[in-house]
Write a new protein. Structure first.
Length: 294
DNA sequence: CTCCAGGTTCCGG
DNA sequence: CCGGAACATGGA
């Protein structure tokens, strides 16, 4: 496979592809194999350049959001030590521009699942119901279109280990395939209207809608609040406060983290997820399950 | 075995 | 508006 070069300053490819935004990239040699839409991709980073198969060059640059102004984004962050530490830890991580339906669908399947499980589900769905793609001697699979999933029975999706999410994914696929919810139309809507529209899909609440907006609709202000973020916000931004409601967290995050809140969120999320365990295991006399008390 | 995971939805204060 | 419970499955 012939590779072409993409200039990529301020990019950490491994960090970006492995940070729980997309779930299907597989390490291959020095690089990564996967699909961007229906295009098979091999990407490999060497210093400030990305080497990619020629047919995927344009799609990769866009997918990796190499045009996002990282310096400006970092400069926009509030200067508190928690976010600054996360930003250093995640330097070079970019918010991917993923296909809209793929973002919606994968995050419908993400509820109450570990990242590893979401990846497993993604691969199963791709292998069984996605378009088959080939790159050199490698076989890859696109994420299945809404139309393909809409034609299935709930049992088919349960067989992909989706559990109760099967009904939600099927229902969402039917609404998108029928045009009842028009994802193309969402692109032109204001953030709040787009969020409201996404929440009409079964299995899509505020958090999943925000993930879809951030990763699939270029809404960099979107700030999904999951269990990890909630822990960080409560402990670091509302210390010694007994009761902080979800509404208070939502309001605080929406205002405090500013126009690139989605970047801040992704950095806080990844940093917390990677470092939390070590902190727990090194806590003196740590008793299982009481890691919250400092 | 127990705990928990990038939640949503429904139900009773 | 708020807290609880049900919902499936598999790693740690």
């Amino acid at each position: 496979v012939e590779l072409v070069v993409l200039p990529a300053v301020s990019l950490d490819l491994k960090l970006t592809l492995g940070s729980g935004q997309a779930f299907h990239w597989v390490a291959q040699g020095e690089g990564w194999l996967g699909a961007i839409g229906n295009t098979p991709v091999y990407m490999e980073q060497r210093g400030a350049e990305v080497f990619v198969n020629q047919e995927a060059a344009a799609a990769s640059g866009r997918y990796l959001a190499l045009d996002h102004p990282l310096e400006e984004i970092y400069a926009s962050f509030p200067k508190d030590p928690t976010l600054q530490e996360a930003a250093v830890f995640c330097a070079g991580m970019r918010i991917l521009r993923q296909p809209a339906w793929e973002a919606v669908a994968t995050f419908i399947t993400s509820s109450m699942k570990q990242v590893a499980h979401i990846a497993q589900i993604s691969h199963t769905l791709r292998r069984r119901y996605g378009r088959r793609l080939s790159l050199g001697e490698h076989t890859l699979f696109a994420y299945p279109e809404a139309e393909a999933l809409a034609a299935l029975e709930e049992g088919d999706l349960r067989a992909c280990a989706l559990g109760y999410r099967a009904k939600n994914l099927l229902g969402a696929a039917k609404m998108v395939a029928s045009g009842e919810v028009d994802l193309t139309e969402l692109a032109g809507m204001a953030d709040e209207d787009a969020q409201k529209e996404l929440c009409r899909l079964p299995g899509v609440g505020e958090k999943v809608a925000n993930c879809a907006l951030l990763f699939g609709f270029e809404r960099l202000r979107s700030f999904p609040v999951d269990v990890w973020i909630e822990r960080v916000i409560r402990e670091k931004y509302f210390p010694r406060r007994k009761t902080v409601t979800a509404a208070q967290i939502r309001t605080f995050c929406a205002e405090y983290f500013g126009p690139y809140g989605g970047y801040a969120q992704q950095y806080l999320f990844h940093h917390a997820r990677i470092t939390w365990n070590s902190r727990r295991s090194t806590a003196a006399g740590s008793k299982r399950g009481s890691a919250k008390s400092s």
